[in-house]
Design a protein around this ligand. Structure first.
Ligand code: ZN
Length: 173
């Protein structure tokens, strides 16, 4: 039932608030494996389950292409506990191809989640990791990074977004 196709901007599932995971079954582990595979294959540093069409609160992150000491992180039912400071950096998204934008995010965050063993984990993150986590958590709440852009930039990319949306609609038919 899992898929390796990345859902694009305009897909309904990406605007839904994803459902909490109730227990970590083999199916959930399979979904996580699949997500990691898709993320690495696409050269992404993060992926949320809705991006492969599964409306569940699961995200995977691996920023090792930018910070070689980093390891893959699996976040199930993640929740942000603390946000601190602010910075701006460029972001892109596998579901919004060819569009990038400067996005303001919190500089430092504390997040709690379950890992694949059902253990509660707590992660203090800053810089790119904090940014990646915030980006993926947005996906679990039906949001895209482009939603954070100012009105002027939104207008500039509107055509590109419409194009992605229309391709999504064509593929559905
Ligand atoms: Zn994304």
């Amino acid at each position: 039932m899992t898929s390796s196709k990345i859902m694009k901007y305009g897909s309904k599932v990406l605007r839904e608030v994803a459902q909490p995971v109730e227990s970590i079954t083999d199916e959930i582990k399979q979904i996580v494996d699949n997500m990691l595979e898709v993320m690495y294959k696409s050269d992404g540093v993060g992926l949320a389950a809705p991006q492969i069409g599964i409306s569940k609160r699961i995200a995977v992150i691996d920023i090792s292409p930018h910070e070689p000491s980093a390891k893959a992180i699996v976040l199930i039912n993640p929740e942000i506990l603390e946000l601190e400071g602010q910075n701006e950096a460029e972001e892109g998204c596998l579901s919004v191809p060819d569009i990038r934008g400067i996005i303001k995010r919190s500089e430092r965050i504390v997040v709690k989640a379950l890992d694949l063993n059902g253990q509660e984990i707590r992660i203090e993150a800053d810089g790119l990791l904090a940014r990646a986590i915030q980006h993926e958590l947005d996906h679990l709440n039906g949001k895209f990074f482009v939603d954070h852009l100012g009105r002027l930039k939104q207008q500039l990319i509107r055509k590109q977004l419409r194009k992605i949306e229309s391709e999504v609609k064509e593929n559905r038919q």
